[in-house]
Ligand binder design. Structure first.
Ligand SMILES: *[C@@H]1O[C@H](CO)[C@@H](O)[C@H](O)[C@H]1NC(C)=O
Ligand SMILES: *[C@@H]1O[C@H](CO)[C@@H](O)[C@H](O)[C@H]1NC(C)=O
Ligand SMILES: *[C@@H]1O[C@H](CO)[C@@H](O)[C@H](O)[C@H]1NC(C)=O
Ligand SMILES: *[C@@H]1O[C@H](CO)[C@@H](O)[C@H](O)[C@H]1NC(C)=O
Ligand SMILES: *[C@@H]1O[C@H](CO)[C@@H](O)[C@H](O)[C@H]1NC(C)=O
Ligand SMILES: *[C@@H]1O[C@H](CO)[C@@H](O)[C@H](O)[C@H]1NC(C)=O
Ligand SMILES: *[C@@H]1O[C@H](CO)[C@@H](O)[C@H](O)[C@H]1NC(C)=O
Ligand SMILES: *[C@@H]1O[C@H](CO)[C@@H](O)[C@H](O)[C@H]1NC(C)=O
Ligand SMILES: *[C@@H]1O[C@H](CO)[C@@H](O)[C@H](O)[C@H]1NC(C)=O
Length: 486
């Protein structure tokens, strides 16, 4: 066998809905470990596959939110999509305008955390698609939170969870800290005093810090006991360790207070130590796994997203490398063990044992949206996307080989990914394959090959014309061609 099974899974990329091209100049010789095969390019490919599939198959353009997700989660998916667009321009950008037009400020639900997830989504949308309406939507939500949610009557401050439930919990207050810091650079643009948002962030943090919500292990529990206003010792969800990271890092930056960055790093380190699968502690684990409810399905994506925001502020190179490796190991684990081949969705557990026949029954757009966060974060851990020693980007829609010769291609409908991959490998001249899984579940495989057309396997058909003529299939543009150079 020319490829180890790990290499097969990790290097060969399948194509969900749109076409991705990997060019393998020659089969690699010798065994590769998982670490060796990590490539930001590959993470980017997965991010692209997942983002496209989430929009093409699960985005409801009539309502502006994702079906198969809770409404607050769609705000997170909006933010994840914006992060994807920050590393890869794509026609998926239309979603922001569409969602803006179809939704109101309170689409997320009934509570103050729901609205703030959307607030953060709009700020991130604004950063990749600078339509001032998006920033105003975020600022409007913020004004409502400030007016209605800060409640000094109970527990001497902090944001209430809901208009009808004054539970003081971690997530709602972390979101307020981070929302304040995300809006802070726009204070003047939003006609607020320059330190308006910063002052709220400091007020929130000073309150948060004294509540004891951060426990002795440096993990954040769910919230406060109603009577004592002290830590209620309830579950340390991963997203409670996530949202606070970027808020604190930005506050550390704005106030030049390194202690705040240290606290954020301590929380990130504690998460990697305690909220992971033993014995290696490389793979993030939601405390409810494997039986999480619909809300909890997205939490790990939120942690990873904010860990990657934190990375931009980490000054210690060893710690930064630790976080990057953590993100990469999780990404490799998920794309090798957590994908359902029959529908392209990713499951809840990132350390799983899924295969084509054993798909996580709880998988949906929300678990797949968390996968998007992970793959986008992993794609950002290299020296920028599409630039590593091993992988060379040939171009968008360019399926010429290294000598500028167009590649013939053979195709077949109704095949599984494994058959597609095996055919590609058994043809010594095959240099690439793309696998398309449509929303309705039908499959299509195309293999680019340098071999003689007489080598076409039984059941496969030659397609006339060179690869450049097939860059648009089903209206979706072909994305990228990569050449493996080692
Ligand atoms: C999409 O949104 C529209 C408008 O809200 C709604 O009528 C329809 O049922 C939604 N479709 C799905 C599949 O959720
Ligand atoms: C981004 O992609 C869109 C649609 O694919 C295209 O129209 C636009 O020109 C691209 N922008 C840049 C800067 O490449
Ligand atoms: C959205 O796009 C439409 C045209 O398709 C345009 O008229 C409208 O102004 C856009 N809305 C926003 C918020 O950009
Ligand atoms: C603040 O919390 C108290 C105690 O739970 C509650 O009675 C009151 O309605 C809250 N105030 C606001 C403005 O929500
Ligand atoms: C939470 O745990 C701490 C330390 O074990 C304990 O002192 C405290 O009483 C507990 N609080 C609640 C509300 O159970
Ligand atoms: C804050 O961020 C700016 C821009 O990223 C950077 O130049 C500066 O060094 C940072 N300051 C601190 C204290 O981290
Ligand atoms: C920096 O932040 C820490 C943690 O909140 C705080 O105890 C300390 O007083 C702050 N330092 C300054 C100079 O504000
Ligand atoms: C995945 O979880 C299992 C236990 O469920 C454990 O044995 C294994 O080491 C974990 N893998 C990693 C990479 O943490
Ligand atoms: C291949 O063709 C492109 C476009 O015509 C050209 O820019 C490039 O230099 C060519 N590469 C080689 C290796 O000939």
């Amino acid at each position: 066998m020319p490829f180890s099974s790990i290499l097969k899974q990790a290097v060969m990329v399948l194509l969900l809905h749109i076409f991705f091209i990997f060019l393998l100049c020659a089969p690699a010789t010798g065994e590769l470990t998982i670490g060796d095969t990590y490539s930001p390019n590959e993470a980017l490919q997965w991010a692209e596959a997942v983002a496209t599939r989430l929009v093409s198959c699960y985005y409801n353009a009539s309502s502006g939110i994702w079906w198969n997700e809770l409404a607050w989660q769609s705000g997170n998916t909006l933010e994840s999509l914006a992060n994807f667009l920050s590393i890869r321009n794509s026609s998926l950008k239309y979603v922001f305008n569409q969602t803006y037009t179809k939704t109101a400020w309170d689409v997320g639900g009934e509570c103050f955390d729901d609205y703030q997830h959307w607030l953060l989504g709009w700020i991130q949308a604004y950063s990749v698609d600078p339509n001032i309406n998006y920033l105003h939507r975020a600022a409007d939500i913020y004004d409502i939170i400030v007016t209605r949610a800060w409640n000094a009557t109970k527990c001497r401050g902090g944001i209430d969870w809901c208009p009808k439930n004054s539970y003081k919990n971690a997530i709602t207050n972390e979101l307020f800290l981070t929302s304040s810091m995300r809006l802070h650079p726009y204070a003047t643009l939003l006609r607020k005093p320059p330190s308006y948002y910063l002052d709220w962030a400091l007020k929130e943090w000073h309150w948060f810090e004294q509540t004891t919500m951060i426990n002795n292990n440096y993990l954040v529990n769910d919230g406060l006991n109603d009577d004592t206003c002290l830590n209620n010792n309830q579950t340390t969800w991963t997203y409670n360790q996530g949202v606070i990271l970027s808020g604190l890092a930005m506050l550390a930056n704005a106030t030049n207070n390194a202690t705040l960055l240290t606290i954020a790093q301590n929380i990130a380190d504690a998460t990697i130590q305690y909220l992971t699968y033993p014995p290696n502690q490389q793979i993030l684990r939601e405390p409810c796994e494997p039986n999480c409810d619909n809300d909890q399905k997205l939490f790990k994506g939120i942690f990873i997203r904010h860990l990657s925001y934190l990375l931009a502020y980490v000054k210690d190179p060893l710690r930064a490398q630790k976080y990057r490796s953590f993100i990469q190991q999780n990404a490799i684990s998920l794309w090798t063990t957590g994908r359902c081949e029959s529908d392209g969705l990713f499951g809840l557990v990132w350390n799983a044992t899924m295969s084509a026949t054993t798909c996580d029954p709880s998988r949906d757009a929300a678990t797949t949206s968390a996968a998007l966060d992970l793959f986008v974060a992993a794609a950002g851990t290299g020296n920028g996307p599409a630039r590593t020693a091993k992988w060379m980007l040939l171009g968008m829609g360019n399926c010429m080989d290294g000598r500028n010769e167009s590649m013939a291609n053979i195709y077949r409908s109704g095949v599984s990914e494994s058959v597609c991959r095996e055919t590609s490998e058994s043809d010594v001249g095959a240099v690439a394959y793309d696998y398309e899984l449509k929303c309705d579940g039908s499959r299509f495989c195309r293999i680019r090959t340098l071999s003689d057309r007489h080598a076409t396997p039984e059941g496969w058909t030659y397609e006339d014309g060179n690869a450049l003529t097939v860059t648009n299939t089903n209206g979706m543009a072909l994305v990228n061609c990569y050449l493996r150079t080692d």
